[in-house]
Design a protein around this ligand. Structure first.
Ligand code: SAH
Ligand code: SF4
Ligand code: F3S
Length: 476
């Protein structure tokens, strides 16, 4: 076992063990392919945030290495896996609904294997429900052991029983296993795992475990390898990237990490999420102000504009702190595109509290916002608060919030018309094949005439018009 400078223990022998299991399965799959001439297909559905999306890239990497081929037609798959999210109740309901439907498919297809993983599986009540009502599921695992997928598949092939492997916490982090990224030119990189903030409404710390930062040298070497492989844009992932480094033995902050990344030749764009306002340092603002690579976008979750509610949410900043922070960021990066998350209907939220949220929305002028209706999560402190709000009040506030945000969203898009921006071209447009789609540094989506030769390139695009959800432009 090799212990690094970080608190993360990288179990190299475990990675080798997993690779051997993958190899053995691969041999069996190849033999079956020789006989049948048919590759086995897998279907993966990912719910939730970018953490889950990144985990799914790792799951896909393992499945492809075993010999499965991805399909987007669930009914054709031999292996179906749902990587679940439990941040709000409706996320769970969706999963139960889909898993229920799989029962008839499983009856028709003898060898179909169904696996469930991700955040929802870290909850005991969920496991009980699946055992009781969804016993057609074959494999269940959680957020801490996704690297074991091949071993779990092997175990299932040897038994009729449901395989359940849920860990309470991280025992080890196994890296250096295969992973598949969607785009050749951009990639997501975990810089930390877990969360220590315990916002009172949030289940994430319970299902993702304590905060652990990866060693800077590991992150840097991963990113250098990605850049050598054609990546020009990276997204750094963590539940609170601003507290990166706190669990390291050495003194190394998120600002230090960004400075180190700035020097990587060939890396053009850096994005990151999520930034908790309480930990966004002046050093970070300075680095953002000087950087040529950090994108002109910052996701800064507000959650509520009322200091009283923020306090109940355990967010550890006030309305004034937040506004002051925005002022400092805008001074360092005047064109910054700010986005946010807002929860409507937190227990005890009064009309006045909500109006303070609207006030902040108007003051900050977000270019976009993710708005959520408060969802009671069993086991979180907020679930114990008696004063839950009536649905009708919450719905009305929610609509009012959208109406307040919308003019700013539209104005920010309109302001781009007639100007020229650098755009990273990502793909040929699905609906109109003569168009390609790309992203501005601000993360605005733009469609323009072009072909697949532009994919992965950063080109100058003049914006010609603005629609509700996207821009149109032309290459200049
Ligand atoms: N770590 C990130 C957020 C991860 S969850 C951060 O702190 O910003 C993404 C968003 O889901 C949160 O920002 C919050 O707005 C929302 N959310 C989390 N728990 C919720 C709940 N119980 N009900 C409604 N929205 C919730
Ligand atoms: Fe949840 Fe708060 Fe952690 Fe974000 S910072 S994941 S909202 S507990
Ligand atoms: Fe959901 Fe887990 Fe992300 S609960 S929001 S997928 S960390």
């Amino acid at each position: 076992m090799a212990e690094r400078k970080s608190n993360i223990i990288i179990e190299e022998s475990e990675a080798i063990r997993q690779k051997n299991i993958i190899k053995a399965l691969r041999e069996e799959f190849d033999k079956a392919y020789e006989k049948t001439g048919k590759k086995k297909l897998f279907f993966i559905q990912t719910y939730g945030c970018q953490m889950n999306a990144r985990d799914s890239e790792k799951l896909k990497g393992i499945l492809e290495e075993i010999g499965y081929v991805e399909t987007d037609q669930e009914e054709k798959a031999d292996f179906i896996i749902y990587n679940t999210c439990t941040v709000r109740e409706n996320a769970n309901q969706k999963v139960y609904g889909r898993v229920g439907h799989l029962k008839s498919l499983k009856k028709k297809k003898n060898n179909l294997m169904i696996a469930l993983c991700g955040c929802m599986m870290q909850e005991d009540t969920v496991i009980d429900t699946i055992k009781k009502s969804y016993n057609h599921v074959d494999i269940i695992f959680g957020t801490h052991n996704i690297y074991k997928l091949a071993e779990l598949i092997k175990a299932k092939l040897e038994t009729k029983d449901m395989i359940i492997d849920i860990w309470e916490a991280h025992k080890e982090i196994v890296e250096d296993l295969p992973s598949i990224r969607k785009h050749k030119f951009k990639a997501s990189v975990n810089i930390m795992y877990g969360c220590n903030n315990f916002c009172s409404y949030c289940i994430v710390p319970y299902v993702r475990g304590r905060e652990r930062s990866r060693a800077p040298e590991d992150i840097l070497s991963e990113i250098k390898a990605l850049v050598a492989d054609g990546v020009v844009e990276i997204m750094l992932l963590g539940q609170n990237v601003n507290s990166y480094g706190q669990t390291l033995d050495q003194s190394f902050t998120f600002a230090n990490l960004l400075e180190a990344l700035e020097d990587i030749e060939g890396l053009e764009r850096i994005r990151f999420m999520t930034s908790h306002p309480k930990d966004l340092s002046d050093d970070l603002i300075k680095v953002m102000g000087q950087s040529k690579k950090i994108c002109n976008q910052l996701h800064l979750p507000l959650q509520s504009g009322s200091t009283k509610i923020l306090n109940e949410m355990n967010r550890k900043y006030t309305k004034e702190d937040y506004l002051e922070l925005v002022k400092k960021i805008k001074a360092a990066r005047p064109d910054i595109a700010l986005t946010t998350d807002i929860i409507v209907g937190f227990p005890g939220e009064t009309k006045e509290d909500f109006e303070e949220t609207l006030e902040v929305v108007k003051a900050v002028e977000y270019i976009n916002a993710y708005t959520f209706i408060y969802s009671k999560r069993t086991g979180t402190p907020a679930a114990k608060i008696k004063e839950q709000l009536p649905e009708s009040v919450v719905k009305e506030r929610f609509n009012q919030l959208i109406d307040t945000l919308q003019p700013f969203v539209e104005r920010h898009s309109q302001e781009k018309v007639g100007k020229t921006y650098k755009v990273l071209i990502e793909e040929v447009n699905q609906q109109e094949k003569e168009l390609v789609s790309g992203r501005l540094s601000s993360n605005h989506l733009v469609h323009l005439k072009g072909d697949k030769s532009l994919i992965g390139k950063i080109i100058d695009v003049k914006i010609t018009s603005a629609m509700t959800f996207y821009l149109r432009g032309e290459q200049v």
